[in-house]
Design a binder for this molecule. Structure first.
Ligand code: C2E
Ligand code: MG
Ligand code: MG
Length: 484
């Protein structure tokens, strides 16, 4: 080493430098590893506490924050308000515009919530399209109601999303600590119950939790459990209600209507159990059963030569069925099995369901029409469809909602006359449903309505009773009083 280093001092200095470099490198590497570990840890912490789409605290964080708020309220003898907000029809946005747009929308909703709420309010996203707001302290239910109204108002303005203008609404449930519940889980469940109540009342609204709501929610749960067994237990059956041609006085159609005599809960109305079947998804199986039973019945009337004047047997289609990708296959299989001429089957889809997902439904209706099935829009006048859509829809008939028929003669006249004129100009037939009086019949006849259906002529009845009616081949235009 002597030639390399002039002196021992130089050698010592070199050795020191090498040692320092090695030490420095080691420190750097340890630091790097440590900061990578810290970074990973803080990222994990972030993921565990923050919703990556909206940057709001997530469900885990919400539970902690609410527990903390309740404890503080106990100490300060104050109260805490909880708002649970669920977007209405968010699934449609995801299904039609894609998940990317769905995420964008959630982000924009979160931004609007943050913008209008107080800095002390805690806003979290706890699930797909569910947000919660913890308001602390909350004076009373009326203060919470005004927060809920503020949220509904800010969501009412359209959202601009990749060239689309989207209108979004929400259903909000409100619960208050310590009045409605004593712990985090119950307070959240109560807000959820109130939110479902708001949804069932027609969405785009808020509801403040009340104990009766829980009873109603329990009834729904019982109903759902029973409904799952109803098909196997053969508790379901169909009734049929005739539709009469006002010109000929003959029965030209029948509508199949489901009935349920539940072993545990007694006779239940479809208006009550169909929504439960829809929410739980049971409707797909139930709807298939209705279609199959109605088509078998229609085929047997056909074989007996009773369908000579009958143009169709109508079956109601629910929102879930319309979205079910297996619907077309089911219908084809049922028509094959029953050998029912396709033109004899009519499907009724309510205007509300149709407009909820118009693009997908137009597509479905085209495919249904291609198979020769007839289509009718049920409860027409309640779902805000526009003339431009009606022109493009492959439909055969409109059914005027019974709320307008109920107001005849009188307030309903203008609407009913307008619907009939519009339908005829589009070459569609019109059925008025819920006809209960002779005066209504007279008005509808004068207004040019094609067919009528209602208690004035006949209530929904069993297949055997309807067979007897078809055999009578009665002229219904002579009816002047409602049957007993
Ligand atoms: P909808 O399809 O509009 O059926 C007409 C409803 O009006 C029936 O009620 C019928 O009994 C009732 N109705 C008929 N004439 C009159 C009348 O003169 N006055 C009054 N006040 N009501 C009359 P229902 O059977 O209780 O059914 C209610 C709703 O439940 C139906 O409304 C339909 O939306 C749904 N629904 C019934 N059966 C089925 C089904 O098999 N599948 C699906 N998805 N929905 C069904
Ligand atoms: Mg109907
Ligand atoms: Mg209807």
């Amino acid at each position: 080493l002597a030639p390399l280093f002039g002196s021992l001092a130089q050698f010592a200095a070199f050795t020191l430098l090498v040692c320092l470099c090695a030490f420095g490198l080691t420190v750097l590497m340890v630091r790097r590893t440590r900061s990578a570990a810290q970074h990973a840890e803080s990222h994990l912490h972030y993921l565990a506490h923050v919703d990556p789409v909206t940057q709001l605290p997530n469900r885990h964080e919400f539970n902690g924050a609410l527990a903390y708020a309740l404890a503080r309220a106990d100490r300060q003898d104050s109260s805490v308000g909880l708002l649970l907000l669920d977007l209405d029809n968010f699934k449609v946005v995801n299904d039609t515009l894609g998940h990317h747009c769905g995420d964008q929308l959630l982000k924009l909703v979160a931004e609007r919530l943050v913008a209008i709420l107080r800095a002390t309010d805690i806003i979290c996203r706890i699930g797909g399209d569910e947000f919660v707001v913890i308001v602390e302290p909350a004076d009373d239910a009326s203060e919470m109601a005004s927060v809920a109204r503020k949220i509904l108002a800010v969501l009412a303005a359209p959202f601009a999303l990749e060239g689309h203008q989207l209108y979004v609404s929400a259903s909000i449930g409100v619960s208050l600590y310590p009045f409605d519940a004593q712990d985090v889980a119950t307070l959240t469940r109560n807000a959820d119950t109130a939110m479902y109540h708001a949804k069932h009342q027609g969405k785009n609204r808020y509801a403040v939790f009340k104990a009766e709501m829980e009873l109603r929610a329990q009834r729904r749960l019982r109903m759902e459990a029973n409904l799952r067994r109803a098909l196997q237990n053969e508790e379901l059956y169909l009734h049929y209600q005739p539709q009469i041609d006002l010109r000929s006085g003959r029965i030209v159609g029948v509508e199949a209507l489901i009935r349920w005599n539940c072993r545990e809960m007694g006779q239940l109305s479809p208006s009550e159990f169909i929504p439960v079947a829809e929410e739980s998804g049971i409707i797909v199986e139930l709807g298939r059963w209705v279609l199959q039973s109605a088509c078998r019945q229609a085929a047997s009337w056909c074989k007996a030569g009773l369908l000579d004047s009958l143009e169709h047997v109508a079956v109601n289609l629910s929102a879930c069925q319309a979205r079910d990708p297996g619907l077309m296959d089911d219908i084809r299989a049922i028509l094959d099995e029953t050998q029912l001429p396709h033109g004899l089957l009519e499907l009724e889809i309510t205007e509300g369901v149709l407009m909820d997902n118009i693009h997908a439904n137009v597509e479905l209706m085209r495919r249904l029409q291609d198979t020769g099935i007839h289509l009718s829009i049920d409860d027409f006048g309640t779902g805000y469809s526009s003339m431009s859509y009606l022109k493009r829809l492959p439909i055969d008939q409109l059914k005027i909602d019974r709320s307008f028929v109920h107001d005849l003669p009188g307030e309903g006249e203008a609407i009913v006359t307008a619907i009939i004129a519009m339908a005829h100009s589009l070459h569609l037939k019109v059925v008025a449903e819920g006809v209960e009086t002779l005066q209504q019949v007279e008005f509808l006849r004068k207004a040019g309505c094609d067919n009528v259906q209602g208690f004035f002529f006949a209530r929904p009845m069993t297949a055997a009773q309807l067979t007897a009616l078809l055999l009578e081949r009665r002229d219904w235009s002579t009816r002047t009083v409602m049957p007993a």
